[in-house]
Design a protein around this ligand. Structure first.
Ligand SMILES: [Zn+2]
Length: 113
């Protein structure tokens, strides 16, 4: 069976993982691991980091992902956001990768500092 192209798989990963703000964050190497395949011998084959980067750029070029997407955070285009994981997350929820200062500020405000 032929695999879907890597750019489509990375886009689908984002659509299945994003929060209400449209951002899907991942730890170091998690996107690469999620895009891995298992060959006929049962060996895990991870794509090269450069292939992951190229796949993300291709998905952005096709309009499936938004500019600013990277291996630590894939961004869904605003027009395609509906719902998302986490019931408390909204389009205004700061992204820890793209907006870490705002996130820290919110926590400090919550602590009354
Ligand atoms: Zn983000």
């Amino acid at each position: 069976m032929q695999q879907s192209p890597l750019w489509l798989r990375v886009a689908c990963l984002a659509y299945g993982h994003h929060l209400g703000n449209g951002h899907a964050t991942f730890g170091p190497g998690e996107v690469r691991l999620a895009l891995s395949t298992v060959d006929r011998d049962g060996v895990l084959r991870q794509p090269a980091s450069s292939d992951v980067t190229r796949a993300i750029r291709t998905a952005v070029g096709y309009g499936w992902l938004a500019e600013g997407s990277g291996a630590r955070c894939l961004i869904i285009p605003r027009h395609a956001i509906e719902g998302g994981r986490g019931g408390f997350s909204t389009e205004h929820t700061p992204c820890p990768v793209h907006d870490p200062e705002r996130r820290v500020g919110r926590h400090l405000r919550a602590l009354g500092k």
